[in-house]
Design a protein around this ligand. Structure first.
Ligand SMILES: Cc1cc2nc3c(=O)[nH]c(=O)nc-3n(C[C@H](O)[C@H](O)[C@H](O)COP(=O)(O)OP(=O)(O)OC[C@H]3O[C@@H](n4cnc5c(N)ncnc54)[C@H](O)[C@@H]3O)c2cc1C
Length: 440
C-alpha cells in the first residue's frame, strides 16, 4: 500500500549518500594526480569516505524538523550511532591501510618530522576514540546526558576540522583552490549546523516562552505538566509528536529533555506533557512551580496517526502511553470515527495512568482499549503478562489489519516483539511506526 512520505524518506536516504560521497567526488573530479599503487589509493579513499560520513553526522543531529518528520528522530539517532561507528572504522582503516601499503606514511604521526601535523592528527584520533568510548559507556560511567552531549559535539567538531585541514594540507587530491574550498566547506557546514542547533534554535525558543500552568501528580512517579504560551499562539504540532522542553528561566540552559506532547493537537495553546520520574531531572519534576518559565523546541518526530482510511492499532508500554493519549484526544476533538484498538501494557493496574479517561474515550470514539498488567489483580480475567502475539490476536479479534497503521511505544523488547508480530499479521512495513524513549 502506498504511504505518503515513503518516497520522501527514500529521497532523503539518497541525499545522505550524495552528501557523504561529496569529499570523494571532489577528489576524483577534474585532472587526477598520478596513481600511487592500489593499497595507497584504497587507503586514501577510506579517508575521504570517512570525512564525508563524519560531516553528515552533524546534519543527522541538527534536529531539522522536516527531516525528523519524515524519518523519525528516533531512527535518525539510531542511524547516527551506527554511522559514527562505521566512520571511525573507516578512519582506522585509512591509517592502517596507508601505513601497511607504504610505511613512509607513519611519518604523519612523527613529531620529529612535523610537530604541528603529528599533534593535530594524534589529537583528532584520540578525540575520535573518546567520542566512541564515551558514547558506548556513557550510562555505565554515569556521565550526565547534557555534559556528554556537549563533549560529544566539541570532540566531533575537532575531528572533522582536523580531517578537512589534513586533506587540504596533504594536497594530493585537493591541490586546485576550488577543491580546497569544497573540502573546507565540509567543516564549515558542520559548524553552521552546530550553530543552528545551539544558538539559532534556543534564540528562537527564547522569543516564544511558555508559563507552567500546572504540575500535578497523576500516578506513582508520574506527573502531568501543563504549559501555556506567554504572548504567542502556542505550538502547532501533530498528535504523537514530541518536543524538547527546557524548564528554566533561560532558553540557553543545557538541560533540555525530549517529551511527547500528550494533549490534543487541536489545542496548541494548552500543551500537556506526562512525565515519569526516571533519573536526576525527571525526579525533580514535582518541584517545578506553577508560574515558572519553560521553553519548547519542536515539534519533532514522525510518530503520527496519519489520515489513511484503515484503523489504528496503538500498542503502548508504561509511559509509552503519552503519544497515544495525544492521538486519541485529537481524534475525539476531530470527531474521527476510525476504528482504534489500544493495548496498554502496565506493571500493575494501579500504575495504569489514564485508565479512567480511556474508559470515557471508549464511549466517545470507536475505541477498544485493553490493559495488560504484568502483575494482574486477583480475579483479573483479561490478558496479563507481556504483550505477546497471542495478546495482540485476542485484542484485534479477527479484524483484518490490511491498511491499518500500527504505532508502538514502550520498552525495547516489547517494541521489537510487537513490530515482528504486526508484520506477521499482515500490516504493511511502512505502516508500522515506533517511538523509542530510550536515547542511545
Ligand atoms: C522522543 C522521546 C519522547 C519522550 N517522551 C517522554 C514522555 O512523554 N514522558 C516521559 O516521561 N519520558 C519521555 N521520554 C524520556 C525522557 O526524555 C527521559 O526519561 C528523560 O529525559 C530522562 O532524564 P533524567 O535526567 O530524568 O534521567 P537520566 O537518568 O539522566 O537519563 C535517562 C536516559 O534518558 C535519556 N536522556 C536524558 N536526558 C536527555 C536529554 N536531555 N535528551 C535526550 N535524552 C535524554 C538518556 O538516554 C539517559 O540515559 C521521551 C524520550 C524521547 C527520546
Amino acid at each position: 500500500m502506498p504511504v505518503r512520505g515513503t518516497p520522501i524518506a527514500l529521497a532523503l536516504a539518497c541525499l545522505y549518500i550524495v552528501l557523504a560521497a561529496f569529499p570523494m567526488a571532489v577528489a576524483i573530479l577534474g585532472p587526477l594526480p598520478p596513481p600511487r599503487g592500489p593499497g595507497v589509493e584504497f587507503g586514501v579513499a577510506l579517508g575521504f569516505a570517512a570525512l564525508g560520513m563524519m560531516g553528515v553526522q552533524f546534519a543527522l543531529t541538527a534536529r531539522l524538523r522536516w527531516v525528523s518528520r519524515h524519518l523519525g528522530q528516533d531512527s535518525l539517532l539510531q542511524f547516527h550511532r551506527v554511522a559514527g561507528i562505521f566512520a571511525a572504522v573507516l578512519v582506522a582503516g585509512h591509517v592502517a591501510v596507508l601505513i601497511t601499503a607504504d610505511p613512509a606514511f607513519a611519518a604523519f604521526f612523527d613529531p620529529r618530522v612535523n610537530l604541528m601535523r603529528a599533534g593535530a592528527l594524534s589529537a583528532a584520533c584520540a578525540a575520535l576514540v573518546l567520542v566512541l568510548v564515551l558514547s558506548i559507556l556513557r550510562n555505565r560511567l554515569g556521565i550526565p546526558y547534557e555534559w556528554w552531549r556537549l563533549t560529544h559535539g566539541a570532540l566531533s567538531m575537532l575531528v572533522v576540522l582536523v580531517a578537512a585541514a589534513h586533506v587540504v594540507m596533504v594536497g594530493h587530491y585537493a591541490g586546485p583552490t576550488w577543491k580546497a574550498i569544497a573540502i573546507v566547506a565540509v567543516p564549515a557546514v558542520a559548524i553552521a549546523l552546530l550553530v543552528y542547533v545551539r544558538v539559532v534554535k534556543p534564540w528562537r525558543s527564547g522569543s516564544r516562552p511558555y508559563r507552567v500552568a500546572e504540575v500535578t501528580r497523576i500516578g506513582e512517579r508520574v506527573w502531568r505538566v501543563s504549559l501555556e504560551p506567554a504572548g504567542h499562539r502556542g505550538l502547532s504540532f501533530e498528535a504523537g509528536q514530541f518536543a524538547w522542553v527546557t524548564f528554566a528561566d533561560s532558553p540557553w540552559s543545557i538541560r533540555q529533555h525530549p517529551f511527547t506532547i500528550s494533549s490534543s493537537e487541536h489545542h496548541p495553546s494548552q500543551l500537556e506533557f506526562t512525565i515519569k520520574e526516571l533519573g536526576d531531572f525527571t525526579a525533580s519534576i514535582g518541584s517545578i512551580r506553577a508560574g515558572s518559565t519553560a521553553y519548547v523546541e519542536g515539534p519533532a518526530g514522525n510518530f503520527r496517526a496519519g489520515d489513511q482510511a484503515g484503523g489504528l492499532l496503538l500498542v503502548a508500554g508504561g509511559i509509552g502511553i503519552t503519544p497515544m493519549m495525544s492521538i486519541l484526544r485529537t481524534m475525539r476533538d476531530a470527531g474521527d470515527r476510525r476504528e482504534v484498538v489500544l493495548i496498554h501494557g502496565v506493571d500493575t493496574m494501579a500504575k495504569a495512568v489514564f485508565a479512567e479517561e480511556l474508559g470515557v474515550l471508549a464511549n466517545e470514539l470507536n475505541l477498544h482499549a485493553v490493559h495488560v498488567p504484568q502483575h494482574p489483580p486477583e480475579g483479573w480475567t483479561g490478558p496479563s503478562g507481556y504483550v505477546t502475539r497471542e495478546v495482540l490476536d485476542r485484542a484485534v479479534a479477527g479484524r483484518n489489519l490490511q491498511g491499518w497503521r500500527v504505532l508502538i511505544c514502550g520498552p525495547d523488547p516489547m517494541m521489537d516483539g510487537v513490530e515482528e508480530s504486526a508484520l506477521a499479521m499482515g500490516v504493511d512495513r511502512w505502516n508500522i511506526l515506533s517511538e523509542r524513549f530510550r536515547v542511545v
